[in-house]
Design a protein around this ligand. Structure first.
Ligand code: F6R
Length: 428
């Protein structure tokens, strides 16, 4: 359609034809228009990602900075709303509203190795094994934002907006902050935020691995236009759309971009960023946390889960259950199971099992994964598991290796390292 519109607008000047068509387009887009008769590429975007990488004698227009980085030194032009770029051999001219403009360039410091598989069979496996580093580096980065932590600890209210996995990570923050600091936290799906009221005196945190998710971006803009202070948590260094729209940004990652479609290490990075902020908000000395969590993640990655896997093979539905901070963990477990295996899975707050259909649905064909660690709600959780067991549900318990009660009820136990004791303060 756009190509036809450009053809109709064509009066001998290609860039002028594209320029004339853009006001007719509705919605969000990123386009590169090429003309067979001239050596020009015209690039334009509206609320969709588009970056322009600048090489010595070459230019790369992409939706993401990663691909061109193996070809050029990492210099990107900062794109502003309404910009249109005319790329010719050896030159690029930028205009906005008909005027030629000069835009600043941003340097993205990026380790190209990070976008290779580094000996792993596939990217997801590589990224899962990067989690100890991601935790440590994201935690350190967040701890440096002491000013933001102070702001949050004095806030009347905090809203967190995100989608998918980022939303599940945000739910953890709510449990942490409300327990440790008493500041009320509201967590909303970014795609629903437009239908909800936005109190103007809040601090709004937008969480997005990619920094480009359209729902999160528009929710963030809504918050900003309601005079909320806005903070982004993202994994993309150097000018994502969400970073540009927010007042301040906390970067996660440290181990490069997430290439695998399923979010794994980025969830860990977001968790670490939230723990780092919490450390500042509660003025806690978390120096031991960094080391012990890193070690716990490393140990967890070596855990043999084959027995648990064989319990799930052939299942058409799985349930993931948890209480307190393990409820969001259950939600994320179910999301990941669905996304990666295409086996249907439901994440449930364990206390809700008896209020909804699960009791009727549970059987020997519906395995359940339960996160169950001593602390708040532990006895109730064991009670829930016994009820599930009574319906023949094969149970996989994730808990401490020496937990006899859990071993008693679960068919298979996946031990979490006792070094994860930092968690215990939120379990009480
Ligand atoms: C799940 C997944 C998605 C994203 C969601 C938000 O593995 O990848 O659910 O978490 O689309 O994406 P970001 O965080 O980039 O805004």
């Amino acid at each position: 359609m756009i190509a036809h519109l450009i053809e109709e607008a064509w009066e001998g000047d290609f860039a002028a034809a594209v320029r004339g068509v853009l006001p007719l387009l509705e919605g969000s887009y990123a386009i590169l228009a090429l003309c067979a008769d001239t050596d020009e590429v015209v690039a334009a975007r509206e609320r969709s990602p588009l970056v322009l990488g600048l090489g010595d004698d070459e230019f790369f227009a992409c939706s993401d900075a990663t691909p061109p980085l193996s070809h050029i030194p990492g210099i990107f032009w900062s794109w502003k709303t309404g910009d249109l770029a005319v790329i010719r051999r050896g030159s690029v001219a930028v205009e906005n509203g008909g005027e030629t403009v000069v835009r600043e360039t941003t340097y993205i410091d990026y380790d190209v190795e990070a976008s290779r598989k580094g000996g792993f069979e596939h990217f997801m496996l590589k990224e899962i094994f990067e989690q100890p580093d991601v935790f440590q580096q994201s935690f350190r980065l967040a701890c440096k934002h002491h000013g933001i932590s102070m702001l949050l600890s004095r806030a009347r209210g905090i809203s967190v907006i995100a989608c998918g996995t980022s939303y599940n990570a945000a739910l953890l923050f709510r449990y942490f902050v409300e327990k440790e600091c008493g500041v009320p936290v509201r967590v909303d799906l970014a795609s629903e935020y437009r239908y909800l009221s936005t109190p103007g005196d809040e601090i709004v945190i937008a969480v997005s691995q990619s920094g480009e998710t359209a729902d999160t971006l528009s929710a963030l803009k809504k918050a900003a236009s309601s005079n909320c202070a806005t903070i982004a948590i993202t994994n993309v260094q150097g000018g994502s759309s969400i970073t540009r729209a927010a007042d301040d940004t906390i970067y996660t990652g440290g181990a490069g971009p997430e290439i695998s479609v399923a979010a794994t290490k980025s969830y860990m990075g977001q968790y670490a960023a939230f723990v780092g902020l919490l450390a500042g908000m509660s003025c806690s000395d978390m120096s031991a946390v960094e080391r012990s969590v890193r070690q716990a993640i490393e140990e967890s990655l070596l855990t043999d889960v084959n027995e648990a896997v064989s319990l799930c093979v052939g299942a058409s539905t799985l349930f993931y259950v948890g209480r307190g901070i393990f409820y969001p963990v259950a939600l994320e477990g179910a999301l990941k199971m669905k996304e990666i295996s295409y086996i249907h899975a439901e994440g449930y707050a364990a206390g809700e099992i008896k209020h909804g259909p699960p009791f009727a649905l549970l059987s020997k064909d519906t395995p359940a994964v339960a996160v169950c660690l001593p602390g708040d709600g532990y006895q109730s959780m064991l009670g829930n598991l016994r009820e599930m067991k009574a319906r023949g549900t094969p149970l996989i318990g994730i808990g401490y290796g020496d937990d006899i009660d859990l071993q008693d009820v679960a068919d298979v136990c996946i031990p979490v390292p006792p070094k994860g004791t930092h968690m215990r303060r939120w379990l009480r």
